[in-house]
Design a protein around this ligand. Structure first.
Ligand code: NAP
Length: 245
């Protein structure tokens, strides 16, 4: 299951995991048409996927998500199990310290932190030995980004959760890792890229002098989902084109 797979980085990971042979649950909330297109694109290449619609960041979200997952798996005659959980859905929010409001903190932490915790709690109940949890964090936990201070804090919580759960779930051979992108060309930062000067500023952060693409992230996630990564857990893997080295 890839949360937030209707667009952007999530879509890229869903398509790549399907190409590697996974049956992919394409989770989304508002973008039903886009999520349907992801499933169509996966099926057109011989893969298999289905959509799951749930709002995250509201009470009962994890329960609703897994009720939908279990129902679809039952419809397919499959046990309610989960092998790979990619926690990707998140909200951002540009706000420097003086602009932060309690509402912004509530919104970002509800989706990026509280929901994350309960989606994992419920997910591991369905996970067998050798499962994979991959959390999509951000380079902002290494490079200061005061332009989005609350968002940065929420990704810090995700990094901390990753090491705690890697230890907790090690006896079950479930690995838990964080992938931390730098700027990737998605709707999340379309505003920042809307002028040539803005796009050049983001590209200049990477040693490769370009903005990342979802496919730059998907390959690393496919590796973490594979048996080749079985000895790697509790790690923060930055995939930012060498941003701010
Ligand atoms: P995006 O293009 O804005 O897409 C966000 C996805 O999350 C969409 O599929 C959206 O679903 C889903 N989502 C958002 N809020 C939701 C909610 N409350 N309930 C359910 N689903 C929700 O994001 P992205 O740029 O691909 O980012 C993906 C991940 O990478 C995020 O964790 C982000 O923090 C991280 N990241 C991104 C960048 C970057 O430069 N883009 C850099 C570092 C880290 P619907 O559209 O269907 O509602």
């Amino acid at each position: 299951m890839v949360t937030g797979a209707s667009r952007g980085i999530g879509r890229g990971m869903a398509e790549r995991l399907a190409a590697e042979g996974a049956l992919v649950a394409v989770h989304y909330f508002n973008s039903a048409t886009a999520a349907g297109e992801v499933v169509d694109s996966i099926r057109s290449r011989g893969g298999d996927a289905f959509t799951l619609r749930t709002e995250l960041g509201v009470p009962g979200d994890a329960e609703a998500l897994y009720t939908a997952l279990d129902a679809e798996l039952a419809r397919r005659g499959t046990e309610p199990t989960l092998d790979i959980l990619v926690n990707n859905a998140a909200v951002s929010g540009s706000a420097r310290l003086h602009e932060v409001t309690p509402e912004l903190v509530d919104r970002i932490f509800s989706v990026n932190v509280t929901s994350l915790l309960f989606v994992i709690q419920e997910g591991v109940r369905r996970m067998g030995e050798g499962g994979r949890i991959i959390n999509i964090s951000s380079a902002v936990t290494r490079v200061a980004y005061p332009e989005s201070v609350v968002y940065s804090m929420s990704k810090g919580a995700m990094d901390t959760l990753t090491i705690a759960l890697a230890k907790e779930l090690g006896p079950r051979r479930i690995t838990v890792n964080t992938v931390s992108p730098g700027f990737v060309a998605t709707d999340m930062n379309a505003g920042l890229r809307s002028t040539p000067a803005g796009a050049a500023r983001l590209a200049d952060m990477s040693v490769f002098n370009r903005i990342g693409e979802p496919s730059d992230i998907a390959g690393i996630v496919a590796f973490l989902a594979s048996p080749d990564s079985q000895w790697m857990t509790g790690q923060r893997i930055e995939v930012s084109g060498g941003s701010h080295l």
